[in-house]
Design a binder for this molecule. Sequence first.
Ligand code: HEC
Length: 228
Amino acid sequence: MPNLKFIYCFFILVGIVCSTVLLLDACTKESIQSEKTIYFQNDVLPIFQSNCTQAGCHNAKDKAEGYDLTSYESIMASKKSKGIKPGDYKNSSIYESLVTGGPDLMPANPYNPLSDAQITTIALWIKQGALNNSTTTNVDLNNVTYTLSVKPILDTYCKGCHSSSNAGGNISYEDYTNTQVTANNGKLLGSIQQLSTNYKAMPQGGNKLSDNNIAIIQKWISNGSPNN
Ligand code: HEC
């Protein structure tokens, strides 16, 4: 009965194709649904300020290659040159420069490339319309730890200029041991509080950290800056 076999096969094949299509469709929808909202002021601008605006690079004065990445306005001013195409990160030249191979890769040598997480944040922000949005969150100062509270702030706002390979002022915030140095000598808190001219205001050339972020670091230092 060759005909019947053929018909069986046909239905099985159709079944496989259909369920694959349905599964793929469900997966795509799932990943879009679970995509978190990216906030320019909280998530994106600190990455640019910490990794792209060093002397000679993309700050308001030097504007390397015509790009000033220090504010929303100046970043979006690159729209004409397709630096940012809202909704279309793959064709945004600023995004392309983060993932391209070879000598055009940004941040340029000797600075470290962005992490995958940072690149994804920028891609999602563009995909979500490249808005100038921000959020405030309540923090629980009773549960401040180095790993979950302090390090993410230093990674986002400071590490671009304070890593072991690029240690501004010979200061690195790459790991706990290095971070301890300025946590203990008062410079970390002094530089971010910006209350005294005894300390250079940090992040250099960028916006002051949010009150929440300063409070987190202050609380951790007053706890004795533990390695927790
Ligand atoms: C755009 C680059 C850049 C960013 C971002 C940055 N720094 Fe700095 N920082 C520097 C440079 C360069 C120096 C050395 C400045 C000098 O000696 O004139 C420095 C110096 C310091 C000092 C020494 C200050 C003093 O008075 O001696 C501290 C502490 C510091 N940074 C902490 C931070 C912290 C904390 C952050 C993040 C919240 C941060 N920096 C972000 C570039 C940066």
